[in-house]
Each structure stands twice: as structure tokens, then as C-alpha cells.
Ligand binder design. Structure first.
Ligand SMILES: [Zn+2]
Length: 353
């Protein structure tokens, strides 16, 4: 009884030592993962630093200006390296929220051309140098490869490959091994698994794979992602219900509810056999479930099981992008540019034949 416990404690100590954690600030932590690579993490949100011969490149910004500056200062002051580029791997604020600070530091910024386009449309700071599908950047006498391999968590997410270290930054294209499907509000669920297969084909030999959130691992994270989003044969293409075509939704109403029973318990509305539609400037989210819990104060929705559809608003038309059955759903407003996020624990094929 005592023996295995000792083993576990020893393992924990060894793990902590080998992690080589560097605390840059209260919020920003670095972990050395190979000779010349560090993962930077703020609020469970990962990025990468690669240093070679006095030059450095950083991938993904923390979502705050302060931590982005702390990160840049650490590379310059503690590692005495010139930052030759900053790679933005997707348009979401947890990847480019600190972009304006990077640009104020006179660092060249790189992104997939579509990321620049989305940033322009949303009125966000725009990465300086765009590329189509692939970009090779020199760091010292080594190369770093940025690659767009298809739509997944967003339409514009890229991966970054450091050949000399065999390290792959998978961004949000790759999921951590925690059993949650994550935020799918801007995702292409039909393509995600295929995109991950393409990542495996190109970089399946990676020694270390870093997901956008959570713990890094090896290439098994790519396989995990392929399976997690594998909804084959296909997601239901059943026609949309007419719910959100009602005129009420064309007004300022953010949330429109149809429910068989609607009761209030401690500030929460418990909706039975309900359909709830949430909208922001770019999309409608329609939730259909035996039970939906709605918190009016913070406009947050929880539900254990049901069906969720996401429609994009395109030139006054609604285009169905996602239609899946879920287990465990959380919907809440992130900010003005992202709008509502839809976080799921599990997704299932919609078998309504
Ligand atoms: Zn994201």
C-alpha cells in the first residue's frame, strides 16, 4: 500500500524537475521542451519560442498586452536574442491579442493571408507579412516552416514545424488530451479530422506536438484529434428548422426561446423540451434539448445533451455550417470580435434518418 504511493510522489517530483519551468510573471510560464524550444503559456493558452544562434522566433501571442511584452522582454534580455519574426497562427484573441504590442516592438509579423483578411474585416491589428499555404523563415542558420493544411478550429489556423528540433506547434488544429471537444463556434467540423490527417502525413514524425491549449505530448495527440473530430460518414444535412426565421430574431433579441416548460430557480431559467437561439453579428446558434439552463444575468447557457446547429450570416442569408448532437454544452459571449463561443464536451453523428 505504501510502496506505490511513494512511487507516485517520486514521479511527481521528477516530472516537475524535468519540466524546467520558468515563471516570467504571475501569469506567464515558460517550459523548456527541447534544446532550443520553449512553450509559453498564459491562462492555459500555448505558444512557442525557438532560439538559434542569437536569433529567435515566437509563435502565438498571449491574449494580453502586458504578457506579450513580458515574453518579448524575456527573449531579448534573458536569452540575448534578436527576435527575427513573430508568427500569428490564427485570428482568435488567444493567438493574436498581443499583436499591436509586437508591432510596437518593431518585430516583423507573419500570418496566413486569410488571417490578415479576417483581421482586416474585423477591424483588428493586421499581421504585416502574409503568405499562401507555406512560408519558410530563417532563424540563425536553421529554418522554421509555417503551413496551412486546411480548415479546423478556425478557417485560417496554421501549424508551425521546427525541423531541427522535431517540434510541431499544432495550435488549435490539435487538441489536448482532456476529453473535451472545445470551442467549435468558428470551426469546420466536416474538415477538421481530414486536416489533422494531413498534419499527420506531413509531421507525424514529430517528437513533440504542442496543442493550442493544455499539455503538450507526442504525435499521439494528432491521432487523438483525428478520432475526436471524425464524424464520418457525415454530419446530418437535414434542413434547418424554421425557428430563427421568425421576425422576432431580426430585432435586437439576442436570445429567443421556445420551451414547453419554463421555470425560474435561483436566477436560472430551466427550460424543458426547448429550442434556444443565440445570435451575434456573424452567426446564429440554435440549441435543441430536453433541458437547457439559461442564466439571464450573464447570458450563459448550459445543457447536458441535445443538438446544436451553427449558421453563418452571409449577405442576409443563413448558411448551416455545423449540425451535431452534443453531450455537455456551454455557450457564452466571449467578446465583441469573437461573439458567442460554443464549448462542447462531446460530439456525435446526427443519426436522424
Ligand atoms: Zn481559438
Amino acid at each position: 500500500m505504501k510502496y506505490p504511493l511513494k512511487g507516485i510522489i517520486l514521479l511527481l517530483i521528477v516530472n516537475q524537475l524535468s519540466g524546467q519551468e520558468i515563471r516570467v510573471s504571475d501569469d506567464l510560464i515558460l517550459k523548456k521542451i527541447s534544446n532550443n524550444c520553449y512553450v509559453h503559456t498564459q491562462n492555459n493558452n500555448n505558444g512557442l519560442i525557438y532560439i538559434n544562434n542569437g536569433q529567435a522566433i515566437i509563435v502565438s501571442t498571449p491574449d494580453s498586452d502586458i504578457e506579450t511584452q513580458n515574453l518579448i522582454d524575456w527573449v531579448r534580455n534573458e536569452r540575448h536574442s534578436k527576435i527575427v519574426g513573430y508568427i500569428i497562427d490564427r485570428w482568435h484573441p488567444d493567438a493574436m491579442g498581443g499583436l499591436d504590442i509586437v508591432q510596437k516592438n518593431d518585430i516583423k509579423t507573419y500570418s496566413y493571408e486569410l488571417t490578415r483578411q479576417i483581421a482586416r474585416e474585423k477591424g483588428l491589428p493586421i499581421p504585416e507579412i502574409g503568405f499562401n499555404s507555406q512560408k519558410v523563415i530563417n532563424v540563425g542558420d536553421k529554418k522554421v516552416i509555417c503551413n496551412f493544411l486546411g480548415e479546423a478550429h478556425t478557417t485560417d489556423g496554421i501549424v508551425v514545424w521546427i525541423p531541427s528540433e522535431e517540434v510541431l506547434f499544432g495550435g488549435n488544429e490539435i487538441r489536448e488530451h482532456n476529453g473535451w471537444v472545445g470551442n467549435i463556434s468558428d470551426a469546420n467540423l466536416d474538415k477538421w479530422s481530414e486536416t489533422a490527417k494531413r498534419i499527420k502525413k506531413e509531421y507525424g514524425a514529430a517528437k513533440i506536438v504542442i496543442p493550442g491549449h493544455g499539455n503538450y505530448g507526442g504525435p499521439e495527440l494528432i491521432d487523438y484529434t483525428i478520432n475526436l473530430y471524425d464524424l464520418s460518414p457525415n454530419v446530418s444535412t437535414e434542413k434547418a428548422s424554421e425557428v430563427f426565421l421568425s421576425t422576432e430574431l431580426k430585432t435586437d433579441n439576442v436570445i429567443f426561446i421556445k420551451a414547453e416548460y419554463d421555470s425560474l430557480h435561483g436566477g436560472e431559467r430551466i427550460l424543458k423540451n426547448a429550442i434556444v437561439v443565440v445570435q451575434d453579428s456573424t452567426k446564429f446558434i440554435e440549441i435543441e434539448s430536453p433541458q437547457i439552463i439559461y442564466q439571464p444575468v450573464n447570458q450563459r447557457i448550459n445543457s447536458e445533451t441535445g443538438r446544436v446547429k451553427i449558421y453563418d450570416k452571409k449577405n442576409d442569408k443563413e448558411i448551416l455550417r455545423i449540425d451535431v448532437n452534443y453531450n455537455r454544452l456551454i455557450v457564452y459571449e466571449y467578446d465583441n470580435t469573437i461573439g458567442f463561443v460554443v464549448v462542447l464536451r462531446g460530439i456525435e453523428n446526427n443519426n436522424r434518418n
